[in-house]
Ligand binder design. Structure first.
Ligand code: A2P
Length: 336
């Protein structure tokens, strides 16, 4: 991209949970924005947001919305990205796509800036942002992988409502009020009651019995690590939490982990904060991870049943590092 002092940026899906977070992060990180265009469906036209003290009205997303844009941050759903990302590229913009539409496309880099920033250079107009559970898992374990190769990952997730968008967060709030008031909980977004409950992730179950979210974690990890041999098995679960995903991660390493070294690696790892106080029984929690940029990591334990095993527990803000922050960090590298 041609170097400029300021860039024209469009947010596709600006009224969504991730889109709104993108807007905040662009401002918080002082991204050099010239013109900012907020795009959503016709339903949201005229809705106003404030950016650096200026009011900006939402416009309807159309094929010609991208004229003059340098960067498009897309988070309006996979089918919308499939339709509109090519229009943005044709208009000369670089698209950072937060949907799953292009993640496994061999021509599209799939990037976590702390892990594989060099892949950004290979882009042909579109760069994909990984799935939120993949990002939150890989940021803390990549530095371990570099020192003591991970052979196999077994992970179980505890995923917040935010991963299913703003309407899903509202559903959790509404259902909680209804249940506490003795009214029946209405289900519109999730297939099951989310308030005071948990259930297997709401993505479709594929032919092998694993749901799409689980298979995303498997396939995306191999692509981001450039390691087809790494073995991953995942169980993904939706829990009654507003935002921030948690994950219980088991790593089978190449050699016995030295716990002091693991602590030292994680204390220096970018985007990671250790929360691991055994005396106080204080470990990563989604409530504390919410609004933070770092992925919290703790419950660091050797495997008492196998010398090469390592257990950890992480919590990371799904809307920030799991989505909007990662996308803006990619944009920062593009313009650097
Ligand atoms: P809108 O608010 O106008 O429906 P979330 O993932 O939080 O549900 O957000 C989805 C985002 O994608 C919202 O900004 C939403 O806009 C946008 N979106 C959904 N469908 C369309 C569409 N057909 N055209 C443009 N934007 C859309």
């Amino acid at each position: 991209m041609k170097k400029k002092s300021k860039y024209n940026v469009a947010i596709m899906g600006a009224t969504g949970a991730v889109g709104e977070e993108m807007l905040k992060i662009l401002e918080q990180r002082h991204f050099p924005v010239d013109k900012l265009v907020l795009l959503a469906s016709a339903r949201s036209v005229g809705k106003k947001y404030t950016f650096k003290g200026r009011e900006i009205a939402v416009q309807e997303l159309k094929e010609d919305s991208f004229v003059g844009m340098d960067i498009v941050l897309a988070s309006a759903g996979g089918s919308i990205s499939k339709k509109f990302a090519p229009c943005a590229v044709k208009a000369g913009a670089v698209v950072i796509d937060n949907t799953s539409a292009y993640r496994m496309d061999p021509k599209v880099p799939l990037v976590i800036p702390e892990i594989n920033p060099e892949d950004i250079k290979k882009h042909q107009g579109i760069i994909a942002n990984p799935n939120c559970s993949t990002i939150i898992m890989l940021v803390p374990i990549f530095p371990i992988h570099q020192k003591n190769r991970i052979k196999r990952i077994m992970v179980s997730t505890y995923q917040a409502a935010s991963g299913a968008g703003a309407k899903a967060m509202q559903e959790l709030e509404d259902q909680s009020r209804d249940v506490l008031a003795g009214r029946p909980a209405k289900k519109e977004i999730f297939p099951h009651q989310i308030a005071f409950n948990l259930f297997s992730h709401n993505s479709a179950v594929t032919d092998n019995g694993y749901n799409e979210e689980e298979m995303k974690m498997v396939k995306e990890t191999k692509k981001i690590f450039h390691d087809e041999k790494i073995k991953i098995v995942a169980t993904t679960v939706r829990v009654s939490v507003f935002r921030a995903h948690s994950e219980s991660i088991y790593l089978e390493l190449s050699s016995k982990p030295d716990m002091k070294k693991i602590q030292a690696i994680l204390s220096k790892a970018p985007g990671v904060k250790i929360v691991d106080d055994r005396k106080k029984n204080y470990f990563p929690m989604p409530l504390e991870a919410s609004g933070q940029d770092d992925v919290l990591v703790g419950r660091l334990r050797e495997d008492i049943s196998d010398p090469k095993g390592l257990c950890l527990f992480v919590a990371g803000d799904q809307l920030r590092k799991g989505a909007a922050l990662n996308a803006v960090q990619i944009a920062e590298i593009i313009i650097r």
